[in-house]
Design a protein around this ligand. Structure first.
Ligand SMILES: *[C@@H]1O[C@H](CO)[C@@H](O)[C@H](O)[C@H]1NC(C)=O
Ligand SMILES: *[C@@H]1O[C@H](CO)[C@@H](O)[C@H](O)[C@H]1NC(C)=O
Ligand SMILES: *[C@@H]1O[C@H](CO)[C@@H](O)[C@H](O)[C@H]1NC(C)=O
Ligand SMILES: [Cu+2]
Length: 325
């Protein structure tokens, strides 16, 4: 009785309608083709940005008093030990980006999914179209417009130009459950400005040669570690600001960055069809799942933003997710 009512309560938050397991490729007859940000039309870019801002006006789907925009950092924070430093990293973030795109569509975006190919931007991320205040998400934080972080530990350089000026994410850093009414300013602190030497070293890791080497990894375990610890982590560090703590989905560029990570995994999978089912390693990097070997039937949990699916459901993007690059 109790168990059943718990199930009912759970399904009220996230309808427990599983995607058809192993949906055949034939069901995806017209896959969406995701494109790099610079291949979107100016109208599509504006529409994407408008939809991302729209998420801040929609109620939470996970039962908090914050917004749908804030659900993404909340869930990412809460699942941290399971989605980073372990096998679920790639499939979980693949599904997370898919769910985000779905919510952008509910907010009016009609263009294709998109990603940011940062291998083109080793001269400086701030020079990239994605960081332009006109065709992108705005540039570095403003050193003359700072705010004390909710925990009092540092001064945040608020983004004051471009469409995200004035956006106030609710959660920051270590405890998203501890909300500070009114949140904090969206902030950035590009190391290429504050520590140009460190940035130079980072470009050697996310630049085209290094990424080509990562793409040559022979098996999933090897590949996943090379990608997550190398270019993936380095872009988080190269953007700094919101991208450092586990509430990093506060930063709208997070989703374009993870679109790129997903695009790379897709390219890697394209090289051999055996890679569409190649999945192994530990289920978590700490805690009770640390020593458990993953399986394709493991669940990818969305904590209520959307339904949970299995890893198998997302391994082939031409299945139920239905997109290519
Ligand atoms: C939202 O909930 C948190 C945690 O329960 C609470 O501290 C905060 O005051 C609430 N904020 C608003 C605007 O109701
Ligand atoms: C994956 O490749 C690496 C590097 O070649 C190798 O050391 C490792 O044993 C391989 N692991 C598996 C599970 O095949
Ligand atoms: C694909 O991978 C399998 C298993 O590792 C291997 O036997 C096969 O030779 C690979 N095929 C190609 C075209 O590389
Ligand atoms: Cu992440």
């Amino acid at each position: 009785m109790k168990f059943l009512s718990m199930l009912a309560a759970a399904s009220a938050v996230a309808p427990a309608i599983a995607l058809p397991a192993n949906q055949p490729r034939e069901a995806c007859t017209n896959p969406e083709k995701r494109v790099e940000w610079r291949q979107l039309t100016a109208t599509q870019q504006q529409s994407y940005i408008k939809a991302a801002l729209c998420l801040k006006t929609k109620p939470s789907k996970i039962g908090t008093n914050a917004t749908l925009y804030d659900d993404f950092p909340n869930v990412h924070f809460t699942l941290n030990t399971y989605i980073h430093g372990s096998a679920p990293f790639l499939p979980w973030h693949r599904y997370f980006v898919h769910v985000y795109n779905k919510n952008l569509r509910e907010c009016g975006y009609e263009g294709p999914g998109t990603y940011w190919d940062w291998t083109k931007d080793t001269a400086g991320l701030r020079l990239s179209a994605v960081m332009s205040p006109e065709t992108g998400f705005g540039g570095d934080g403003n050193p003359d417009k700072t705010e004390t972080s909710p925990d009092g530990a540092k001064q945040l350089k608020c983004v004051t130009e471009g469409p995200f000026a004035g956006v106030r994410p609710e959660y920051l850093g270590l405890n998203p459950v501890k909300m500070v009414a009114g949140g904090h300013c969206l902030f950035r602190d590009l190391p290429e400005i504050s520590e140009p030497k460190a940035f130079k070293a980072m470009t050697a890791i996310f630049g085209p040669d290094s990424v080509a080497e990562v793409q040559n990894s022979p098996n999933f375990t090897n590949y996943h570690w090379a990608l997550e610890g190398g270019p993936h982590g380095t872009i988080h560090a190269s953007l700094g600001g919101e991208m450092n703590p586990t509430t990093s989905p506060n930063e709208p560029l997070f989703f374009l960055h993870h679109g790129m990570i997903d695009q790379l995994w897709w390219q890697w999978q394209e090289k051999n069809s055996t890679r569409l089912t190649e999945y192994n390693g530990a289920a978590s990097h700490v805690g009770e799942d640390e020593d458990r070997e993953v399986t394709l039937d493991d669940m990818l949990v969305m904590n209520g933003i959307d339904k949970d699916v299995t890893v198998r459901d997302v391994m082939d993007t031409r299945g139920s997710l239905c997109y290519t690059y």
